[in-house]
Ligand binder design. Structure first.
Ligand SMILES: Cc1cc2nc3c(=O)[nH]c(=O)nc-3n(C[C@H](O)[C@H](O)[C@H](O)COP(=O)(O)OP(=O)(O)OC[C@H]3O[C@@H](n4cnc5c(N)ncnc54)[C@H](O)[C@@H]3O)c2cc1C
Length: 393
């Protein structure tokens, strides 16, 4: 039998970020337990867009606090997270101009470098972009993307350097409680006694939280991405784009590639039967969507792709909480396909909560599990006409 001051469940980007921050804040002996390999869940498959634009200020704040860390990675964490800062553009259809402007104003109040740009300005910035169907656009010159595996690895190395013990290929079977308090975790390698558990198990969340009465209806979703060679003659640089008109998100990738997620390819996922590949229909669909925004990709060469699973919460926003009914348990669950960019701040906030008794970097109250108690889902005023309740990625 082992003992630990804190056990972190899950070696995705949120788990390793939390473990690192716990150790940095002096939480004592921290043990991270991962059932596969580090990054083997959603994190390793992430599109890893790092944009500040959300339709609510709370997620924007988490993204903004995280951006500061991505931008100063070597000093803040150490190593290299593959940070690139080509700028980000959110485009919306005619009719959604006012909503976009209101969200941009909220973000500016947080301190985010964002503004509304005209289509003429967009063309000037990004000459290959088709702009004729755009109602309005928001531009964030300081946003970008990172390498999700390098990010996870760098957090893990920093955690190890601060004394965290990382156990891979070890599954937590259950979180143990007595009289409403955490007492440990049962793993495939034995029991670990602890009074504090941070659970960041991605698609494994339902299995661990349901027996504690803490699953609000989480479900698994499958999303695909495809990569294309950027055509010769591409003018200017490739920005990160969330395209609310074509329901897609895209960015450059290393090696002269462009990565796109065309959202109509999203499906309910089966965690026990996970096909990581994409099919030919998706390759053609994603190319069509990519060339609807950047016509030069019309005949672009496909260079790969994959599918990934992540966990949706019922209102498509993460749950980051210390549920009252189980003292000593902290959860980051229902990442909703959008919690890579916020992981540096989420880990920081959770560690502050454990060590100092409350999160200090950002307000986590909107992310509480209790929001599902009543019939009061967290709905944005607008999602620019898209199907989902929040902007994906
Ligand atoms: C294709 C795709 C594109 C995406 N694009 C973006 C994007 O552009 N921007 C963005 O911000 N987000 C994006 N996301 C979402 C983002 O990747 C996830 O929200 C984020 O990686 C979640 O990290 P996590 O650490 O919470 O979970 P995960 O990375 O899923 O990690 C959870 C870990 O817990 C482990 N685990 C589960 N159960 C147990 C158990 N019982 N015991 C021990 N270990 C366990 C798993 O093996 C896994 O490694 C995307 C996701 C996908 C799939």
């Amino acid at each position: 039998m082992k003992t630990a001051d804190v056990v972190v469940i899950g070696g995705g980007v949120n788990g390793v970020s939390t473990a690192f921050n716990l150790a940095k804040l002096g939480a004592g002996q921290v043990v991270l337990v991962e059932r596969g390999e580090l990054g083997s869940g959603a994190s390793g498959k992430s599109g890893a867009l790092v944009r500040m634009h959300y339709t609510n200020p709370y997620e924007s704040k988490l993204a903004y606090e995280s951006l500061k860390i991505f931008q100063n990675w070597a000093e803040e964490i150490g190593g290299d997270c593959g940070w690139e800062q080509p700028g980000f553009v959110e485009v919306v259809a005619p009719g959604h101009e006012d909503e976009l402007a209101a969200n941009v104003r909220d973000q500016q109040e947080i301190g985010i470098n964002t503004s509304i740009v005209t289509t003429a300005e967009l063309s000037e910035l990004f000459p290959e972009m088709f702009v004729d169907d755009i109602g309005a656009a928001a531009y964030e010159p300081e946003s970008g993307w990172a390498d999700p595996n390098a990010t996870t690895q760098a957090f893990a190395e920093a955690a190890l350097a601060h004394g965290v013990e990382i156990m891979t290929r070890c599954e937590v079977i259950s979180i143990l409680t007595q009289d409403g308090k955490v007492t440990g975790v049962q793993t495939t390698d034995g029991r670990i006694d602890t009074d504090t558990v941070v659970a960041a198990p991605g698609i494994g969340a339902g299995q661990l939280l349901d027996p504690l009465g803490l699953d609000p209806g989480l479900y698994v979703q499958r999303t695909k991405v495809a990569l294309y060679r950027r055509p010769l003659g591409f003018k200017g640089s490739q920005p990160v784009v969330i395209d609310a008109i074509n329901d897609a998100w895209l960015r450059a990738d290393t090696g002269g590639l462009t990565l796109i997620g065309a959202e109509s390819g999203s499906l309910r996922g089966d965690p026990n039967d996970f096909d990581q590949t994409i099919d030919n229909d998706y390759v053609n669909h994603a190319r069509r969507v990519l060339s609807a925004r950047f016509p030069i990709y019309r005949a672009a060469i496909m260079r790969g792709g994959w599918a990934g699973l992540y966990m949706m919460s019922p209102d498509h926003r993460p749950i980051i909480d210390q549920p009252e009914s189980v003292a000593g348990l902290y959860i980051m669950a229902g990442d909703s396909g959008s919690s890579f960019k916020t992981a540096p701040a989420i880990g920081k906030c959770l560690a502050e909560w454990v060590v100092h008794g409350e999160p200090q970097t950002a307000d986590l109250a909107p992310f509480s599990l209790s929001r599902f108690d009543g019939d009061n889902p967290w709905m944005a005023d607008s999602n620019y006409g898209r199907r989902g309740r929040t902007i994906s990625r």
